[in-house]
Design a protein around this ligand. Structure first.
Ligand code: GLY
Length: 363
């Protein structure tokens, strides 16, 4: 019996990555300081972009009693590529980085994804810490160890999953963001309420669009951490984090490529995708109609409805067929039987997708 328990525990250990450590608020800087004093990195590098250099690095420096070297990269998804990675590798080389150096990634999802990838590949791996400065980063991108870069037109095509030493979440950095970016990041928070925590969803129904209670950030980060701890390599449960992303990602890409159209921020597209995914859940999983309408009306308070004509819908359906989450030529959806009762790898018909789009478009 004892032998079986030991075997199961060992199997569990080798199948999982270490559980991520997340520290919150001002206490996180004390933890960082202790970590630095204990581990004594040969050099501490802070990776910033032009925005976080100006707005966030001064905040970090205020809390850190340690010599740092700063490496700056341009901001934006268009720089999330091998050329920028090469520049960071070159900077690290010029500044004498070694395997005992530490890289602190201070920025949004593009920066923490790319910084993690650089750290994991430089001299076969140096340690890194993520300090997300966007809401999306705090509740999603900086947690879970997904690192990487885009390749040609394919998002996150090259990368590795490996956790940072720690993630520091200080909502102070959110003061540097626009209202639109904040609401975009809130889409992932709404997602956690829908897939994992009905109490969080209920709390969000009172959200006024202005004040973001730090508690909802901490709750969301812990949900993500726990999901990743159970399924670090996305064999099952972690797929639930893609709720709203199948259609949302196709819509986001469509608006990116369509000339003369407004751009949608990631969260704005995901909010649309979630409304459609709830309708697919209603059509195929018995999700309650009244709850579906409630979700739509809550989300539409924050995410202005967009119009889609038949030619837009046709192009979005084509893009869906190229989504990276598809497997064996099937379009896979994450759906809900009820709030916090999630199922993944669901297939639906084109007509059901069209019904879901029509539901979204109906005012
Ligand atoms: N952003 C989804 C995940 O980390 O799995």
């Amino acid at each position: 019996m004892i032998f079986i328990v030991i075997c199961v525990k060992f199997f569990h250990y080798i199948m999982t990555l270490p559980i991520e450590t997340i520290f919150y608020d001002l206490e996180s800087y004390n933890q960082l300081q202790s970590y630095l004093l204990q581990t004594k990195p040969s050099t501490v590098f802070v990776l910033v972009d032009e925005n976080t250099h100006k707005h966030c690095l001064p905040i970090l420096k205020n809390h850190l009693q340690y010599d740092i070297q700063t490496i700056e990269i341009p901001a934006g998804e268009s720089f999330k590529n091998i050329e920028t990675v090469q520049k960071i590798w070159q900077n690290l080389t010029d500044l004498g980085a070694d395997r005992k150096s530490l890289l602190i990634n201070l920025g949004g999802g593009v920066l923490t994804d790319m910084g993690g990838f650089v750290a994991l590949t430089f001299k076969r791996g140096m340690k890194f810490i993520n300090i997300p400065t966007t809401l999306l980063g705090m509740v999603d991108a900086a947690i879970g160890g997904k690192t990487g870069i885009d390749f040609n037109d394919l998002k996150n095509q090259i990368g590795i999953i490996a956790p940072p030493e720690m993630v520091l979440i200080d909502p102070t950095y959110l003061q540097t963001l626009s209202a639109r970016e904040l609401i975009s990041g809130m889409a992932e928070v709404f997602k956690y309420g829908l897939i994992a925590d009905e109490n969080l969803w209920k709390k969000l129904m009172d959200f006024d669009g202005n004040h973001i209670d730090p508690e909802i950030i901490y709750t969301s980060a812990e949900i993500k951490k726990n999901v990743v701890a159970q399924d670090p390599f996305e064999d099952g449960l972690r797929k639930s984090l893609n709720f709203g992303h199948t259609l949302g990602h196709a819509i986001e890409t469509y608006f990116m490529t369509k000339s003369n159209s407004q751009r949608l921020l990631h969260g704005e597209a995901i909010a649309i995708g979630m409304i459609m995914a709830v309708h697919l859940s209603y059509q195929t999983q018995g999700f309650a109609a009244a709850k579906m309408d409630e979700i739509k009306s809550v989300l539409l308070k924050f995410y202005t409805p967009i119009q889609l004509e038949e030619n837009d819908i046709r192009d979005i359906l084509n893009l869906l067929k190229h989504d990276k989450k598809n497997f064996k030529n099937q379009i896979n959806f994450v759906l809900l039987e009820s709030i916090s009762d999630v199922i993944w790898d669901c297939q639906v018909s084109e007509i059901q997708i069209r019904n879901a789009i029509a539901y979204y478009l109906k005012s």
